[in-house]
Design a binder for this molecule. Sequence first.
Ligand code: MLT
Length: 407
Amino acid sequence: MITINEHYLKLQASYLFSDIAKRVAAFQAENPSQSVIKLGIGDVTRALPGACIEAFHKAVDEMAKDVSFRGYGPEQGYAFLREAIAANDYRARGADISADEIFVSDGAKCDTGNIQELFSGDIKIAIPDPVYPVYLDTNVMAGRTGNFKDGRYEGLIYLDSTKENNFVPALPAGDVDLIYLCFPNNPTGSTISKEALKTWVDYARDHKALILFDAAYEAFIQDDSLPKSIFEIEGAREVAIEFRSYSKTAGFTGTRCAFTVVPKECAAFDAKGNRHFIHPLWNRRHCTKFNGVSYPVQRAAEAIYSEEGKAQTRELISYYMQNAEMVCRGIKELGFDYVGGQNSPYVWIDGKRDSWEFFDILLNKAGVVCTPGAGFGRCGNGYIRISAFNSHENVAAAMQRIRQVLA
Ligand code: MLT
């Protein structure tokens, strides 16, 4: 008899963004004449930067001739891209990361979801609340939690991120083994200072813990005093893994390219307390279960680091940040408290009511899709997230509609 992985049965009915998509589709089916403006899932709307397109085309042309055709590439990514990442994203900011510590992949979602496979089933895990649901769901699937009760899974340590702590959680009171951090945060848009991040690195070193640092939104940081990488913090190489993505940075949500940084010193322990480096284990997993990102996509990603590509991605980010500013202004005028939107494409709004109820009001009365905060964890209830990923015109129209409904 084939038996099921019963941990899957503990999961909430569907993945947050699929749930929202279903509700939006139902609304559209019932109201075909109502236009809907989507500021829900953080999906980019503007075209790939010209430099990426040019590199993409060129690489496709190479694939069209036997002499320049490429078959399987290195699972970890081509050296040209890994070198560009190490030089531009890390060494240029004083972070000591080498190309062979970088693993190119098809998404930070997959990497943040898959990395937990490397760790034993009985570790203590600390996860912020609210946060990107993938960290939690993948640990539920792996059987590291009990059942869902009162809005939380038993057996996890939740790191509350609330108005009171400025949406930067406090260190866990006791021992934990694996810590998820995400800054700029999805969904709150909050950021962490170098000093505060250092306290997490010190905690991890003192407790032989590991930090999984999701920096998918680092490109939106406008304040240069903030760290873009955990590897800007002294001592992080031994205790942190970092995830990055080109999805939001350069419009790659549909093109797919991301990377994970596993420093060579970074280690975990066996039951006897012996140290094992994570780099060879992640490499082993990557080579076994992943066949690399396509050559043209990696060439397109490499182009982000050209002078032209840098200027174009800066312009792209600044476009979305103008939208974030528009959302913040509109929300402030309506008298709501909010955070985010300054170093992040997300604005986190205290709706002062149940977040699904707020979601329904915006969808049904304004035809605007947001993301209900409760979908990111219990501390998210009462909040909604508005994303800056759309055209200026649509964001302006959405804010005008929201004003009419809520004023
Ligand atoms: C979000 O809206 O939180 C993200 O777009 C989801 C993702 O990156 O998978």
